[in-house]
Design a protein around this ligand. Structure first.
Ligand SMILES: Nc1ncnc2c1ncn2[C@@H]1O[C@H](COP(=O)(O)OP(=O)(O)O)[C@@H](O)[C@H]1O
Ligand SMILES: [Mg+2]
Length: 367
């Protein structure tokens, strides 16, 4: 009996993407289907290279073909990825950037920059193209965390305009307020200067093609946040908090800004940082220094998932201070927690792009 393409597509239409709740044929994920005698080959194009269900989906495809088409056919499946985007093709600002992820918190020192850097590098390790924009005027810490302190973005003339070229390190593109000013200067920057720097980061920078651009925000809600939502269509926000009540109270306020009707940036989820401490000599003991499950509580209130719980680990701090972020060490005690953060964030972006309307840039009219 000869095998035809229609039978294969029919069989594959029983394979669902577990997150998008539709089958992979309807979702247009099956590509390059070829049948040559008893040899079947095709590619499955996932919505992110950071897809934890890659193996599961491949297995389901094989089972469906074996059961419904042929038990003996040789099946060659290539698992590929093309990151989805809610953006239009013709957008003027950063047209090659598919997803903009804002990392925010209520309080400083809860781990925004740590999460931003490790998330960016973790996504890049899965094969995604990633950039990071350090917009924290009060403490631009990305240059230290990525060991590019003192570097300056190069400038290139393009179409009569001076364009910045992001600094590159560990395979990701980086721009930081810290590249433009000395540490001691940063805090005295006035609102309009901050806003104009951020506009330059978005409008006058050659980011090229990126699957994910992570924005490390200052704590709270201020000029930078407002400029950001007025300048860029933010795909979603990641809220970082410790489990402690004072941090949660502030995180709630920061989250409520994104939820405001005229801003309307979806919250992708909550990262609970400093969830517990386990001494290296007693790795099974967990000490909840800042309280327990506060992140889960906030996530529940906001009706979003917990993206990850990150314990307090000395190597996270030293990795940041030494410019060798913890996620780069595949053997660290927190390797699994980083992987969870990366997978869950990429997953929430894919779900958001599938389910929700594009974010509109906020237009504020002054009278
Ligand atoms: N899970 C963690 N374990 C140990 N140290 C951490 C952890 N998360 C953050 N830190 C450290 O705490 C400090 C503050 O983190 P940072 O990411 O700079 O916070 P924020 O950007 O919110 O101000 C940094 O020195 C960082 O290395
Ligand atoms: Mg920071």
């Amino acid at each position: 009996m000869s095998i035809n393409e229609q039978d294969i597509l029919k069989a594959l239409s029983y394979v669902d993407d577990p997150d998008l709740h539709k089958d992979i044929v309807t979702l247009g994920m099956v590509k390059d289907l070829k049948v040559d005698g008893t040899h079947i080959s095709f590619a499955v194009e996932l919505t992110t290279p950071a897809c934890p269900m890659k193996d599961q989906i491949e297995h389901a495809c094989r089972v469906a073909i074996r059961k419904m088409v042929s038990e003996t056919a040789e099946v060659d499946i290539q698992m590929t990825a093309r990151v989805t985007s809610m953006r239009q093709d013709n957008e003027a600002l950063m047209p090659g950037v598919k997803n903009i992820i804002a990392v925010c918190s209520g309080k400083g020192g809860v781990g925004k920059s740590t999460v931003s850097v490790n998330l960016a590098l973790g996504l890049a390790r899965t094969g995604a193209k990633v950039g990071i924009m350090d917009a924290d005027i009060y403490g631009p810490s990305i240059p230290i965390m990525l060991n590019v302190k003192g570097q300056r973005p190069k400038v290139k003339q393009e179409d009569g305009k001076q364009m910045m070229i992001p600094v590159e390190q560990h395979g990701i593109k980086i721009l930081s307020i810290g590249f433009l000013v000395e540490d001691t200067q940063a805090v005295v920057w006035r609102g309009p200067m901050v806003s104009s720097a951020l506009r330059q980061f978005a409008g006058d920078t050659l980011w090229g093609d990126l699957d994910y651009l992570i924005i490390d925000l200052p704590p709270g809600t201020g000029d930078v946040h407002l400029t950001m939502v007025q300048t860029m269509p933010v795909t979603g926000a990641v809220v970082v908090t410790t489990p402690q009540e004072v941090a949660l109270a502030d995180a709630r306020k920061a989250a409520s800004m994104f939820n405001m009707a005229n801003i309307n940036v979806p919250i992708l989820g909550v990262v609970e940082n400093m969830s517990w401490f386990s001494p290296p000599e007693l790795p099974d003991n967990r000490y909840y220094l800042f309280g327990k499950d506060g992140g889960a509580q906030l996530a529940k209130e906001l009706n979003v998932p917990v993206l990850a719980q990150l314990p307090i680990v000395e190597s996270i701090r030293t990795g940041g201070d030494e410019g060798k972020p913890s996620v780069l060490d595949a053997h660290s005690a927190v390797a699994e927690a980083w992987e969870t953060l990366v997978f869950n964030t990429a997953r929430q972006v894919a779900i958001r792009n599938n389910e929700k309307q594009p974010t509109e840039v906020v237009k504020i009219t002054t009278t």
